[in-house]
Ligand binder design. Sequence first.
Ligand code: SAM
Ligand code: SF4
Length: 324
Amino acid sequence: MLIDGHGREVNYLRVSVTERCNFRCQYCMPEKPFSWVPKENLLSFEELFLFMKVAIDSGVNKIRLTGGEPLLRENLDTFIKMIHDYKPDIDLALTSNGYLLPKSAQKLKDAGLKRLNISLDTLKPAVAAQIAQKNVLGKVLEGIEKALDVGLGVKINMVPLKGVNDGEIVDILEYCYDRGIKVRFIEYMENSYANSDLQGMHGKEILAKVKERYEIKTVGREGASPSFNYYIEELDYEFGLIDPHKHDFCDNCNRIRLTAEGHLIPCLYFDEALSIAESVREGDVEAAAKVLATVLKEKPKENRWSTSLEDGDTSGRAFYQTGG
Ligand code: SAM
Ligand code: SF4
C-alpha cells in the first residue's frame, strides 16, 4: 500500500502519454506551443511501464491515460495491452477528446481498456469549431457512439463557458441521459495558457441552469473523486460537478501524475515534481521506487487554487502537459 506524508492512501496514477493535441481548445491550448517537448525526451512505453509496474506492485489499482490527446500517441493500444496483461483487474481508463475514436475504439477495447471519459462541450458544430478551433463535432459524436457500441464505459466531461456554451448545459445533460451515460460539468480553471477572454462558470451557476429545468437533490462526493454528485428524480439520473477551486476533496486525495517526460507530480496545483526518467532509462527499478517514495512523502496537504485566485495569481501549469 502506498501512503503519503499525510496518511492518505495513494492508489491512482494518471499518466500523460503526450502533450500534443489535434485540437486547440481555447481553455487549454489555444495556440500551438512555441516548441513541443523533443521526441527524444519522451519516455518510451517500456520506460513508462517499468515505473508503472513499481507503482502497481506497491498498491496502485487505478490508472488513467491522458494527454494532450492520448490517441495521437502511436500504438497506444499496445501500451494498454501491456498494462492489462500485467494486471487484468486494474481499473484502466482513458481521457480523450474523442476525435480519433471512430477508428480506434474497438482496438482499445480489445487491448483491455475499460472506461473512457470524453470531452463534449457543445452539440452545435459552430460552437465546437469555436472552442476547438477546428471542425470537430461530427467525429466526436461518432466517436462517442462507437465507444458505446464496442462496450466501453463512457462518461462525458463538459467545461461550461459564459457566452459560449452556457445555454447547452441541460442539452448536454439530456444527451447523456438518453444514452445512459454520466455527465460531469467541470468548472473552468484559469491558467496562463488559456485564452484570457474566457469566462468560466461557477458551480452554483452551472447548477442554477440545471435547476431551471429540473429539481435536483444533493448526493455527495464520489469516493476520492473531485466530482460532487447530484440526482434528478424526474429522470432517475445522477450527474457530477467538478469544482477544482475547492480543496475539500484534498483530504481524500488518492492520486499522483506522471508526464510523458517522466515528471512525477504530487499535486496538480504545485510546480514541484521529481523525475523518474533517469532511473527508468537505466532500468533501475529501485531508484524509481525511491523517487516515488520521496514524491509521496512530500505530497502537499491541499491545493491552493482558491487562495491563489483571490490573490489574482493564475496557474502556470498547462492542462495539456499534466492531463488535467
Ligand atoms: N485531450 C483530452 C480531452 O480533452 O479530454 C485529454 C486531456 S484534457 C487536458 C483533460 C480534461 O481537462 C478535459 O476534460 C478538458 O476539458 C479539461 N480541461 C482542459 N483545460 C481545462 C481548464 N482550463 N479548466 C477546466 N478543465 C480543463
Ligand atoms: Fe487538446 Fe484536450 Fe486540451 Fe482540448 S482539452 S486542447 S482536446 S488536450
